[in-house]
Design a protein around this ligand. Sequence first.
Ligand SMILES: NC(=O)c1ccc[n+]([C@@H]2O[C@H](COP(=O)([O-])OP(=O)(O)OC[C@H]3O[C@@H](n4cnc5c(N)ncnc54)[C@H](O)[C@@H]3O)[C@@H](O)[C@H]2O)c1
Length: 306
Amino acid sequence: MPSPTALCAGRVVAVTGAGRGLGRAHALAFAAEGAKVVVNDLGVGLDGSGAGSGPAHEVVEEIRAAGGEAVAHGGDIATADGAASLVAAALDSFGRLDTLVNNAGFLRDRMLVNLDEDDWDAVMRVHLKGHFLPLKHAAAHWRTEAKAGRVPEARVINTSSGAGLLGSVGQGNYAAAKAGIVGLTLVAAAEMGRYGVQVNAVAPAARTRMTEETFAGTMAAPGGSGFDAMAPENVSPLVVWLGSTASAGVSGRVFEAEAGRITVMEGWRPGPTADKGARWTPAEAGETATKLLAAAGTPEPVYGAR
Ligand SMILES: NC(=O)c1ccc[n+]([C@@H]2O[C@H](COP(=O)([O-])OP(=O)(O)OC[C@H]3O[C@@H](n4cnc5c(N)ncnc54)[C@H](O)[C@@H]3O)[C@@H](O)[C@H]2O)c1
């Protein structure tokens, strides 16, 4: 049984895609810190095909076996019904919702010229719409609470990716969706702060079915008892802290989290600039841009670019 002084004692947390991988690790970590957890998972394959309620129920059983409280939710979070019923599951089962972790997703990796419209739509849908809809429904609940004089200490943790922050060869759809999640995070943090809602994003890296084959070398577990750097459980402590009241004052930020490292990512900001005070000719614009580029820093490389 978690201690009443645990970091998330009394809080109710919904985690999307929590049947496997990072979401499962987050759900277990929140429960270990005293949270009651709504474990959402549609149980789809790595490319988004199929569906099944097994993974969500297994994680609920794990939490209960450890003395915690959890319920399963098997809805598709990229649908209005799925997102609304996720929030309803928290309210119906536990009477409140304090933290939403948007994490569910899948991949359809292809080089751009081979990327079908369906691969584009499916990945944009599950990641970008699958963040927007639960966020919208949770935010509507929290705004109602705030307007009724019960200002919450609500938290949202979105899941971006290094692919979204820097780009990643072969992942044009995924990188675009994960970059969009950063934009959504910034807007939601600015809009929802007045209602007691903090919104941040993490860009994780860990060994899950999404990465264990493509990045087999870097993701491998060490033999013996050494630190298993790429275990998904290493990402969860930051997510739990962001989802707790202890993170008060932190909103609109993006963190990379992997192994034992936490990094604050610093976003776009103006670099070298020039103002003619009038319209440039194309030749002048080119000459000026060339000078500015010479004075600018070198961008971080795109993942997978040679
Ligand atoms: N593993 C990494 O290194 C890594 C790196 C960067 C970002 N991420 C992101 O972290 C998140 C979790 O990924 P993971 O590596 O744990 O993958 P995973 O495949 O192990 O887990 C994702 C879970 O989401 C569920 N899911 C998919 N579509 C859903 C839907 N519409 N509704 C509800 N559930 C759905 C799946 O059934 C699966 O259990 C994803 O957003 C992923 O893009 C992972």
